[in-house]
Write a protein that binds this ligand. Sequence first.
Ligand SMILES: Nc1ncnc2c1ncn2[C@@H]1O[C@H](COP(=O)(O)OP(=O)(O)O)[C@@H](O)[C@H]1O
Ligand SMILES: [Mg+2]
Length: 345
Amino acid sequence: MGELFENILSSDESIFLNPQFLDFDYQPKLVPFRESQQKYIATCIKPLLQRRNGKNIIILGKPGVGKTVSLRHVLNELKEEYSNEVYCLYINCWKRDTSFKIISEICQQINYKWTHNKNFDELMNSASEIINEKSAVIILDEADKLQDHNIIYNILEDFHRRCIILITNDNDFVAKVDDRIRSRLIPDLIEFKPYNYDETESILKQRTEYAFVPDVLEKEAFDSIIKKTFACQDIRAGLFLFKQSGEIAENNSSRKINLEYVRQAIVSLDIADLNTDKDTEAIINIIKENSGKTKGEIFKIYESNEGKSYRTFQRKLKELEDKKIISLKDEIYESGKRTIVNYAE
Ligand SMILES: Nc1ncnc2c1ncn2[C@@H]1O[C@H](COP(=O)(O)OP(=O)(O)O)[C@@H](O)[C@H]1O
Ligand SMILES: [Mg+2]
């Protein structure tokens, strides 16, 4: 190939190898730089394995400092070794924000199916009977999103051998639970501080190595993203910037991510809310309102509203399909093939 066109991406190429490694909820095999916290948490859980009660914990720290990923790692390790002795329960309270929704989710996770038409107390009783044959670790992530704290009180009262782990970015959370709960919870507090520069770089370097085709990132572009992420003290900012600048590069048919694309990505980071992915949200809304239409029709609406490329659109659809938020079905019609997009709910 001639030099003139060397850095031009052809239409069937991508600079992404595995973009899912840049997802906020991707779970890496190991969680470096949080080893001491993970060890400490393990010592709080260990009594459960000796048929004693565990220690309760409150995990504090700003968004994007590795709280969720570390706790999920501890829970996965526990599950691998001790699922016969301990129920390993993880619940996100942003998604399930009432005591009733949480006990329903606990029932589902312990495989108790007779939940239909039952009220909170009935579900709590059934779950306790099952859980008290073993012991349980119950992680309530984003606990500050809970609308009521009854579930915490009930777990403390009714589950005999358990370890409750509450994760929050609200430093005043302890002050907000009432005395009745505080006097029973007596939690250990563990704070997750933001990562330093080298840690930030190391975490993100690994993710980009999996996510991109080798040598796509120019050095200044990479360094600029690390600097910005360190300033934000939120790893998610880096993941967002790598994905966004990659998409900008592709929209420009470029094989390289350069400093200019990073600058543009930083502009959209500054207006984005990392707690929601605006692009994906826009696509979901369009599909919700146009469920059953073809992929081409959905893309036309997306393109006219959001002005984004087909490549980005394709990738988002694939992600949504993987997460079972939508379903894609190929069908033959007249002279060709088309894909029908359905909202799955
Ligand atoms: N030590 C680490 N190693 C690898 N990835 C990490 C690490 N810490 C954070 N991350 C990644 O950064 C993102 C934010 O971490 P997360 O645990 O969701 O933060 P928090 O729960 O504190 O808001 C996730 O994608 C996570 O995989
Ligand atoms: Mg989290």
